[in-house]
Design a protein around this ligand. Structure first.
Ligand code: SF4
Length: 189
């Protein structure tokens, strides 16, 4: 199957606001300090700890492994995969709430791992700030169908179509100061 690859990290952003994906592509090569606000920066540092392989040195743990799925046209990185336990973990600095897009990201990582020959029997988020583990169910057939429809809507998104921004989201959006759809101010400024 041929398609443009979707970055796993964009799945949650698309649910937050589809237009933010368009802006991300427009400003991809821009200085990050223009739009990376405090929560995102902390999240990035959490990921850098994984990327730099500081969180564990055990040999049966894969960290920051680049993954892709031919079937779903997805690419990205897993945070932590414990090979013997068949256990996939995504670390976040803080998780006040778990959004559907974040669950889609975990599922996407699982689909990629499966295609690469790794089994996943359990998955969870790990909140670094509280050292809390939050187990997430493996997707059912119905969940997978919903996920596939979601990927289709992602691919078919047209940023030129009329769009009504959710101002509450705009206030918490890292692209707020760069976005032509809103005159709201970002709360992080
Ligand atoms: S500022 Fe608002 S409309 Fe613009 S990308 Fe962010 S959430 Fe979407």
């Amino acid at each position: 199957m041929e398609h443009d690859y979707i970055s796993i990290s964009a799945l949650n952003d698309f649910i937050f606001c589809p237009y933010s994906i368009y802006l991300h592509n427009v400003y991809e090569n821009t200085d990050e300090s223009l739009f990376h606000a405090t929560p995102q920066t902390r999240g990035r540092i959490a990921h850098e700890a994984v990327d730099e392989k500081k969180s564990s040195t055990r040999k049966d743990v894969l960290q920051a492994l680049p993954v892709y799925s031919e079937k779903y046209g997805l690419m990205g990185k897993i945070d932590v995969y414990k090979i013997k336990e068949k256990y996939l973990v995504e670390r976040k600095y803080q998780l006040r709430q778990i959004y559907q897009g974040q669950i889609y990201q975990l599922w996407a990582q699982m689909f990629c791992l499966q295609e690469m020959g790794y089994e996943v029997e359990r998955m969870a988020f790990y909140e670094i700030s509280t050292k809390r583990t939050i187990p997430i169910n493996l997707p059912t057939d119905e969940d997978i169908h919903r996920f596939e429809l979601f990927l289709r809507s992602f691919r078919n998104y047209d940023p030129t179509k009329p769009f009504q921004p959710n101002l509450n989201k705009c206030r918490h959006c890292v692209y707020c100061s760069l976005c032509d759809k809103t005159i709201e101010d970002n709360v992080y400024q």
